[in-house]
Design a protein around this ligand. Structure first.
Ligand SMILES: Cc1cc2nc3c(=O)[nH]c(=O)nc-3n(C[C@H](O)[C@H](O)[C@H](O)COP(=O)(O)OP(=O)(O)OC[C@H]3O[C@@H](n4cnc5c(N)ncnc54)[C@H](O)[C@@H]3O)c2cc1C
Length: 375
C-alpha cells in the first residue's frame, strides 16, 4: 500500500513543476520523474496573462516572473517585398500589466526554484507500467524499480507517456490541425529590429521571426494533407525537411534557413491539439499538454499548464481525501475554458498564420488591411 500522501508527477516542465509545487504545499510527498537528463530548455517566450497571473501570485511567484518580463512586441504581417500588410499588438514602450511574455527558460528556472527543496526530482527516468490497485497505483519505472503511489499526475506533454499507458495509443486523442511547426532560437540575427515579430506567408507555408532581448526566433510552419512520416528523434531528417520545403522562397527565408543549418537544438512538431473525453482515470489525472494541448497556434500552452495545475490544486484542497470528486471538479471547471481556447486556435490560427491557398491568403490579407485579425 502507498503511504496516502506519496504522489508521482511525470514530466518536469510547466505543468509538472507547477503541479508538484501545489501538491507539496497541500502536504503530499512528491516525486517527479523527468525523462530528459535535466530541465528541457529552449523555445519561444511564454505568454503570461489572465488567470495565470493570479495563480502565480498565489504561488508567491508573480513578482519574480514579472521581474523577468520582456518588453511588449508588435506583430507585423509582411509580403515578399517586406512591405507591411498590417500590424497587431502594442509597441515596446507601451505598458501592458495584464499580459506579458518571459523567456521559457526563465519561467522554468523560477518554477524549478519553487520546488527544488520540497520534492524529489529524478532526471533521466520514466514510467514503464502503471497498475491501479485498491488504494494505490503500482508504478514500474524504466529501470525496473516498483513503487506505490496514492495518485499519479501525467504532466509529460503533447506525446504524454502517462496518457498512453492509461488511456491507450495517443493518436485517438490527437486532433491534427493540418501542419507542422519548426522553431529555433538563435542569437540576434540583424534580420529585424528588437521587440517585433514578422510573419511572411505564401499558400501552405509561413516564415516567422520574433525579435526580443538579445535573440531571434526563427520559425517555419507548413501545411500537409495528413500527418507525414518522419522519425521524431531524427533531427537531421527534420532539418532536411525544413530546408527542402522552404528552398526557393523569397523575403528573408534564405537568410533564416542559413541561420538554422547544422544545429540539432530546435523545436519541431506537428501542429495538433489533444482532445479527450476525460482527463482522469481512477487515481491518475493529466495536466497541461498531456490532457488538453491547445496547440502552438493558441499561444497559450504555458499559461494553460499553469492554470491547469492551479485549478487541480484548488480542487484537491476542496475535496480532501476524495480524489475522484477533486478530479471531477478540476475537469468540469476547466474543460469549457480549454474548449474555448482550442476552438479559437482552430477557427482562426491556421488560416491567419498559414493560409491554405491563394483564396485564403487573399481573404486573410483583406482582414489584415481592415484590422480585423481576430486576436
Ligand atoms: C524543449 C521544449 C521547447 C518548446 N518550445 C516551444 C515553442 O517554441 N513553441 C511552443 O508553442 N511550444 C513549445 N513547447 C511546448 C510548450 O512548452 C507546451 O505547450 C506548454 O508549455 C505546456 O507545458 P507542459 O508542461 O504541459 O508540456 P511540455 O512543456 O511539453 O513538457 C512536458 C515534459 O514532460 C517530459 N516528458 C516527456 N515524456 C516523458 C516521459 N516518458 N517521462 C517523464 N517525462 C517525460 C518532457 O521532457 C518535458 O519536460 C516546447 C516544449 C519543450 C519541452
Amino acid at each position: 500500500m502507498a503511504s496516502s500522501t506519496a504522489v508521482l508527477v511525470s514530466g518536469a516542465s510547466f505543468a509538472g513543476l507547477a503541479t508538484a509545487y501545489w501538491l507539496n504545499r497541500l502536504g503530499y510527498r512528491v516525486t517527479i520523474v523527468e525523462v530528459a537528463k535535466g530541465l528541457r530548455r529552449g523555445g519561444t517566450p511564454v505568454d503570461i496573462e489572465g488567470e495565470t497571473i493570479d495563480i502565480l501570485a498565489r504561488m508567491g511567484l508573480a513578482d519574480a516572473v514579472r521581474a523577468k518580463a520582456l518588453p511588449p512586441r508588435h506583430f507585423a504581417f509582411k509580403d515578399v517585398d517586406d512591405f507591411t500588410l498590417g500590424t497587431v499588438g502594442v509597441d515596446s514602450d507601451e505598458a501592458s500589466p495584464g499580459r506579458y511574455e518571459i523567456h521559457r527558460d526563465d519561467l522554468l528556472d523560477i518554477l524549478f526554484g519553487a520546488v527544488a527543496d520540497g520534492v524529489e526530482l529524478q532526471f533521466g527516468r520514466s514510467i514503464d507500467r502503471l497498475e491501479e490497485g485498491q488504494g494505490a497505483v503500482s508504478v514500474t519505472f524504466d529501470d525496473g524499480e516498483r513503487r506505490d503511489f496514492a495518485l499519479v499526475f501525467g504532466c509529460d506533454g503533447n506525446r504524454s507517456n502517462t496518457r498512453k499507458l492509461i488511456f491507450g495509443e495517443s493518436d485517438q486523442f490527437t486532433y491534427f490541425m493540418g501542419g507542422y511547426f519548426f522553431l529555433k532560437v538563435v542569437a540576434q540575427t540583424g534580420l529585424l529590429s528588437a521587440n517585433v515579430s514578422e510573419v511572411f506567408s505564401v499558400p501552405g507555408r509561413m516564415a516567422m521571426l520574433n525579435g526580443y532581448d538579445d535573440r531571434t526566433d526563427i520559425g517555419f510552419g507548413f501545411r500537409t494533407e495528413g500527418e507525414i512520416d518522419y522519425d521524431y528523434r531524427d533531427r537531421a531528417q527534420q532539418r532536411r525537411l525544413i530546408q527542402e520545403r522552404f528552398d526557393g522562397l523569397g523575403w528573408k527565408v534564405p537568410a533564416m534557413l542559413a541561420s538554422v543549418a547544422d544545429d540539432d537544438d530546435f523545436y519541431f512538431d506537428r501542429i495538433n491539439q489533444i482532445r479527450m473525453p476525460s482527463w482522469s482515470h481512477g487515481r491518475v489525472t493529466l495536466v497541461g499538454d498531456a490532457g488538453y494541448c491547445v496547440s502552438p497556434l493558441a499561444g497559450f500552452g504555458g499559461s494553460m499548464a499553469i492554470i491547469g495545475a492551479g485549478r487541480l490544486a484548488a480542487a484537491l484542497d476542496h475535496y480532501p481525501g476524495d480524489h475522484a470528486a477533486a478530479f471531477r471538479h478540476y475537469e468540469d471547471g476547466l474543460r469549457p475554458f480549454v474548449e474555448e481556447v482550442q476552438e479559437r486556435a482552430t477557427s482562426n490560427g491556421m488560416s491567419m498564420m498559414c493560409p491554405a491557398d491563394e483564396a485564403e491568403l487573399a481573404e486573410r490579407n483583406q482582414k489584415i488591411a481592415a484590422g480585423d485579425m481576430g486576436f
